[in-house]
Write a protein that binds this ligand. Structure first.
Ligand code: 13P
Ligand code: ZN
Length: 272
């Protein structure tokens, strides 16, 4: 079987194509990383070359030592992942110390992993710890309506969570742990990685003010679905605000009833 016929590669191509069609990935905007399973690592062994040199990640992620990630390339367009994955994405391996990575497949012609690799790997590291390895995907998208809201709503995670929950009944079921907000920061470095990782300890959704969104999930499908749900809620909220604001809404008691019947635990912090 060719590497590109493997299921995780096909899933990756599908969600990159879908995310492009959603309008979340202008030019090289956004980036996606996926942590391979042991079986997938065994399956790709014949295609990879471990001879390349290590490069510093910029953050330390000890619990990701020796893990393999499929990563989009810096400056590469999400819309081109389905055109030629090898040129636009690659597989990297993390070293023994969790401080360096090396490219073992793809990212041809001198391409490099996404400039947001520190934020991605810091978030993966937190999620491996918090979910016992269940989460494998970090997705960063430039979602239009969420970005628009960061110019209008207070940059407070509790406010964003409550406002977006109210826009679609199933939101608290899809993201019960709410949303964290990183104020505007210079992207691409270890400072924004630390801020994002801190919020990933208690949320699966982190918004970067005036920039975009980070979502964490178990599978490519679930992570795409989470991004889509939050962005759709934001689109409804933008429309509601443009129509003059809410005249009625879902109440705190409604949310408690929903949580009980759907068997999800949602924090009272969002229900005052
Ligand atoms: P990369 O092209 O380096 O992935 O950067 C895109 C981006 O969205 C930066 O936040
Ligand atoms: Zn970005």
């Amino acid at each position: 079987m060719a590497l590109e016929d493997m299921k995780f590669i096909q899933n990756f191509k599908k969600i990159t194509e879908d995310a492009w069609l959603k309008g979340w990935h202008e030019r090289n905007g956004g980036n996606i990383t996926y942590r391979l399973t042991e079986e997938e690592v065994a399956g790709v062994k014949v295609f990879i070359n471990e001879d390349s040199a290590y490069t510093p990640i910029g953050v330390t992620v000890k619990n990701l030592a020796n893990e393999y990630f499929l990563v989009t390339g810096s400056g590469k367009f999400i819309r081109n992942m389905t055109v030629c994955l090898e040129e636009n994405a690659g597989i990297v391996k993390i070293d023994e110390k969790g401080e360096n990575y090396k490219i073992v497949w793809g990212l041809t012609n001198g391409a490099k992993p996404t400039s947001e690799l520190p934020s991605h790997l810091m978030s993966h590291s937190i999620k491996v710890e918090k979910t016992n390895g269940a989460h494998r995907v970090i997705m960063h998208s430039h979602t239009t309506n969420v970005i628009a809201l960061t110019f209008v709503l207070p940059l407070d995670g509790a406010v964003f969570t409550r406002e977006l929950w109210e826009m679609a009944t199933e939101c608290p079921v899809v993201f019960p742990s709410g949303i964290g907000i990183v104020p505007w920061m210079v992207p691409g470095g270890s400072a924004i990685a630390d801020a994002t990782g801190e919020l990933m300890k208690s949320h699966d959704v982190v918004i970067w003010a005036h920039h975009g969104m980070f979502c964490s999930g178990e599978t490519l499908d679930l992570t795409f679905g989470l991004m889509d749900t939050v962005e759709k809620s934001a689109e409804i909220l933008v429309k509601v605000l443009a129509m003059g604001g809410k005249k009625q809404t879902i109440t705190s008691q409604n949310f408690r009833d929903l949580a009980r019947d759907f068997n999800v635990s949602i924090s009272e912090d969002y229900l005052s």
